[in-house]
Design a protein around this ligand. Structure first.
Ligand code: NAD
Ligand code: UDX
Length: 464
């Protein structure tokens, strides 16, 4: 089975970059990315390719190359579904904010809407690919909906979770550690569908890196991978607090530990806490699934990763208050960085949001500079917490366009995102324009302590 037309429902951080790379690598396949969000689709189609809605290094170039040739962005979901042999579902699966499983389970309403739309529209056989991260056994629900509400056509459901990380999405897609494809490998039709998707990736991914499994293993592997990664960050963050009390340095500990080839060096960077749209959501979902099977010890084990992460964010904020003589009321605190990591404009679950909320509760005035995040996003993130009125958030938080303006006359600077440009700032100039004593809190272990102390800063870094 050769795939000629792909439709991807969901033009977000996964759908957009993934389909751009598929289109670039498979020029003979037509790829149409559809979304209900008209503004997002309009931005993907913007004549100035630098205005596409997602910032990822290298992405605009790929979009420029493929867009209009075999990569299309559209709001006409029905006709893209109708035309496609293979349909990826890349819609959001956020944590539920209501009803059973509120605050833990994944909200699958968008997934179900996609399934019902596909069932309504499809007039010939389709391969439906779960690209979104989903609870184990969601494929069964998709199949039930498609088979019971469809037009009698045949569906094969594949699970093909995405492992890209934001900020490195393009290189992760072009050189993935592995591509995982789960399918109904016990039937001929299932095997053919799996092979069709293998053939798409085989345009650029070596065969030995394309793993095929049954659907349930594939679905669960994605949640497991994210849980393991987040667990490493919480493990090193737990050690960072112990380092601060004992005179050990968390970077030295991480290096020594990471050189054990059984442990490895990656994901051992201590920070103000992990953010992003995936780690917390997926672990909460894992905890919920474990609980729903009565596996309370399994659930408690993984929940601790989140508890530790919340503690780390709170600890960073409370240390600022304590260090500033136990009050930040009316004091100006500068945030360098708002995104949840460098090289992305995504702010979902960013530690900066929670640190800001804590300090605003202590009546601080906050000034933010982030090279890629817009002011409206920063206000939306704070408003979403519902801690205070929208007017108060706008009165107490200012967003500026340069790091130097942000730091002028402030009592303390807190570095929340590890943007490269922060290492190259003129720290002497920043120091000269701050109130004294000038406090600098490095939540990312980005800055060199010695040179900052030589300038005169009171310098605090996580884990030392
Ligand atoms: P996103 O919110 O950026 O994008 C999802 C898009 O789907 C939105 O633009 C939304 O308008 C659209 N959508 C929702 N319902 C729709 C419908 N019925 N029809 C058409 N469009 C619809 O989300 P994302 O970050 O791309 O994540 C998508 C999925 O991929 C999630 O399950 C997530 O867990 C998973 N994932 C994300 C990442 C990541 O780094 N962001 C990495 C791996 C996996
Ligand atoms: C993660 C997974 O890495 C990716 O495989 C999955 O597909 C989606 O979720 P993402 O959230 O985009 O990707 O970024 P990631 O690099 O994993 O960072 C997540 C958070 O952990 C960030 O806030 C980052 O700053 C933090 N982090 C990461 C640390 O604090 N220390 C580390 O050593 C690594």
């Amino acid at each position: 089975m050769k795939i000629k037309n792909i439709c991807c429902i969901g033009a977000g951080y996964v759908g957009g970059p993934t389909m751009a790379v598929i289109a670039q690598k498979c020029p003979e396949i037509n790829v149409t990315v559809v979304d209900i969000n008209e503004n997002r689709i309009a931005a993907w189609n913007d004549v100035d390719v630098e205005n596409i809605p997602i910032y990822e290094p290298g992405l605009s170039k790929i979009v420029e190359e493929a867009r209009g040739r075999n990569l299309f962005f559209s709001t006409d979901i029905d006709s893209a579904i109708d035309k496609a042999d293979m349909i990826f579902i890349s819609v959001n699966t956020p944590t539920k904010t209501y009803g059973i499983g509120k605050g833990m389970a994944a909200d699958l309403k968008y997934i179900e809407l996609c399934a019902r739309q596909i069932a309504r529209v499809a007039k010939d056989d389709k391969i439906v690919v779960e690209k979104s991260t989903l609870p184990v056994r969601t494929a069964q629900a998709l199949k039930d909906i498609l088979d019971n509400t469809g037009n009698g056509v045949n569906y094969q459901i594949l699970s093909n979770p995405e492992f890209l990380a934001e900020g490195t999405a393009v290189s992760d897609l072009i050189n993935p550690d592995r591509v995982l494809i789960g399918g109904d490998i016990d039937t001929t039709e299932g095997k053919e569908a799996v092979q069709a998707l293998v053939d798409v990736y085989a345009h650029w991914v070596p065969q030995k890196q394309i793993l095929t499994t049954n659907v349930w293993s594939s679905e669960l592997s994605k949640l497991t991978a994210n849980a393991f990664l987040a667990q490493r960050v919480s493990s090193i963050n737990a050690m960072s607090e112990l380092c601060e009390r004992t005179g050990a340095d968390v970077n030295e500990v991480a290096k020594a530990v990471g050189m054990d080839s059984r442990i490895g060096p990656k994901f051992l960077k201590s920070s103000v806490g992990f953010g992003g749209s995936c780690f917390q959501k997926d672990i909460l979902n894992l905890v919920y699934i474990a609980k729903s099977f009565g596996l309370n010890e399994v659930a408690d084990y993984w929940e601790q990763v989140i508890i530790m992460n919340d503690h780390q964010k709170r600890r960073f904020a409370s240390n600022i208050v304590k260090t500033l003589y136990n009050t930040v009321s009316g004091k100006k605190i500068t945030f360098l960085g708002w995104a949840f990591k460098k090289d992305t404009n995504d702010t979902r679950e960013s530690a900066a949001i929670y640190v800001a909320d804590y300090l605003l509760n202590e009546q601080a005035e906050i000034v933010v500079y982030d090279p890629k995040v817009k002011a409206e996003q920063i206000y939306a993130d704070l408003d979403y917490l519902n801690t205070r009125t929208e007017e108060e958030n706008r009165a107490r938080v200012t967003v500026v366009n340069t790091p130097y303006d942000a730091c002028k006359e402030s009592h303390a600077v807190a570095l929340l995102t590890e943007w490269d440009e922060f290492t190259e700032l003129n720290w002497q100039q920043i120091y000269d324009n701050m109130l004294k004593p000038a406090f600098l809190f490095d939540g990312r272990r980005l800055l060199e302590k010695r040179t900052k102390e030589e300038i005169g800063f009171e310098f605090y870094a996580i884990g030392s």
